[in-house]
Write a protein that binds this ligand. Structure first.
Ligand code: 9WN
Length: 446
């Protein structure tokens, strides 16, 4: 299986970067590159570094790290492709590559620290830390400067593609305010529905109309931060995005200490983020972190696993972490004896509109499981951490390196429960990390 996982990363490599999947995603994606680098770091550090180096070549002058850095794809298999974004020639866009104009969760602080820990050649690894430190600083600086209008340490996402959980039910109420019959939506053609099952599994047409409407708004505003901030109808403080930012802040503080660099920005940013996550997003009744809709100025109750993921950072107290643990182990995520789930469905199974096959509205994703696993280990909740890891391994070994999985454990034997694209890079990369990770980090630290 380890060899098969490496083979996926090999097959998706185009000589410059690793595509998330052979044909559905033919360019370089932001947080995918981070997870892919974690897997590569266990057997090819040079390529792991090159993966991040390539992605950061797409970084904008204001620090924004785009969610896609476009490569050459003569078959033009992805929508929206390089021409649709119209980022070229705008004030901050890079000149070497064409990129999208939005970002994704900033995983790079903790990815970099884990890579350093896994490295056998520490001299070389130190050089890479030095190279990346200012780039990641500039990314966090962008987020706190342009995405935190209340200066409360909580950054907002402005498109459902930014948190990476595209059609999560969390965005529903906000997107519902965008009436597709009233909006001017440019004509476009989706390319993600080639597979006959894709319509059942991927976002709906209405979702796409809204995704496209938002991109059109950004390009009309020529990616001017102030203009977008004042007109964007979708501004959400997402617990997953902010928790990832916080864990990356913590990691950058550690890296800064190794390098003897100034860490004061990361310390200040992080104190504020941790404080506001608990003041504004923590839901004491349900023991979960909520999202917050900045446009309507109201909480969005969040019964998705994104609300549990802040356990990855030094955000919850032990008491709060125990509430999160009971949620994971409770009937809404783990299920019941008669109806058991693989950990951890992306959406509470207690919600009527859970859909076990549809993208971010129920299925298990390997990356969010990996994050929960890291968080549970941090709080020494090893039993549940181990269950999550074993569930991932079982799903991957049974079905292969699919993009997402049906969480129901009692489906008839032989049911195909791996959905989306096959040969999905981060499923393979994180399988490698699950198998090799903790042991290898311990060995190199010792
Ligand atoms: C839009 C590449 C990306 C992931 C996202 C996942 C999916 C894209 C899409 O694929 O999103 O960015 O076209 O559906 O939701 O998390 O980074 O793997």
């Amino acid at each position: 299986m380890l060899d098969a996982a490496k083979a996926v990363l090999e097959a998706n490599y185009n000589g410059l970067f690793t595509k998330p999947a052979p044909s559905l995603y033919p360019h370089q994606w932001n947080w995918d590159a981070g997870f892919i680098a974690l897997g590569l770091a266990h057997f090819d550090m040079e390529r792991a570094e090159a993966e991040l180096r390539h992605l950061f070549k797409g970084q904008w002058k204001n620090g924004m790290l785009p969610h896609i850095v476009f490569g050459d794809d003569p078959e033009d298999r992805y929508f929206p492709g390089p021409n649709f974004w119209e980022t070229e020639g705008t004030e901050n866009a890079p000149t070497e590559f064409i990129t999208s104009g939005i970002t994704q969760p900033p995983v790079f602080g903790f990815v970099l620290l884990k890579m350093y820990r896994a490295a056998k050649d520490k001299t070389r690894a130190l050089e890479f830390l030095k190279e990346m430190f200012p780039k990641i600083h500039s990314l966090h600086d962008y987020l706190y400067k342009f995405r935190d209008p209340n200066e409360e340490g909580l950054v907002y996402v402005r498109h459902p593609w930014e948190p990476g959980t595209d059609n999560s039910p969390t965005w529903d109420t906000v997107l519902a305010r965008l009436d597709t019959n009233q909006l001017e939506i440019p004509s476009y053609q989706r390319k993600d529905l080639q597979n006959p099952k894709a319509t059942a599994h991927r976002p709906t047409q209405e979702d796409y109309d809204r995704y496209v409407y938002l991109v059109d708004l950004f390009r009309k505003n020529k990616y001017d931060e102030a203009a977008i901030d004042s007109t964007c109808p979708f501004k959400i403080q997402d617990p997953l995005f902010n928790a990832i930012l916080s864990w990356s802040n913590e990691s950058m503080i550690e890296i800064g200490k190794i390098l003897g660099e100034d860490i004061s920005d990361f310390v200040l940013w992080n104190e504020l983020t941790v404080h506001s996550m608990n003041e504004k997003l923590w839901d004491e009744e349900y023991g979960i972190y909520n999202a917050y809709d900045l446009v309507a100025d109201q909480v969005i109750p969040c019964e998705t696993n994104s609300g549990l993921i802040p356990i990855i950072a030094d955000i919850p107290t032990l008491e709060q972490a125990e509430r999160i643990l009971s949620n994971i182990e409770g009937e809404f995520f783990r299920g019941t004896e008669e109806n058991p789930m693989y950990l951890c469905p992306t959406y509470s199974i207690g919600c009527e509109d859970i859909n076990f096959e549809k993208y971010w509205r129920g299925p298990v994703w390997i990356n969010t499981n990996w994050l929960l696993y890291q968080g549970l280990l941090r709080f020494n909740m090893t039993q549940t951490a181990e269950k999550i890891k074993q569930d991932c391994i079982e799903l991957l070994e049974k079905h292969g390196f699919y993009e997402y999985f049906d969480p129901r454990k009692n489906l008839p034997e032989g049911t195909k429960a791996g959905y989306g694209t096959h040969q999905f890079s981060w499923s393979a990369a994180l399988y490698i990390d699950f198998i090799k990770g903790e042991q290898e980090y311990k060995e190199t630290v010792e």
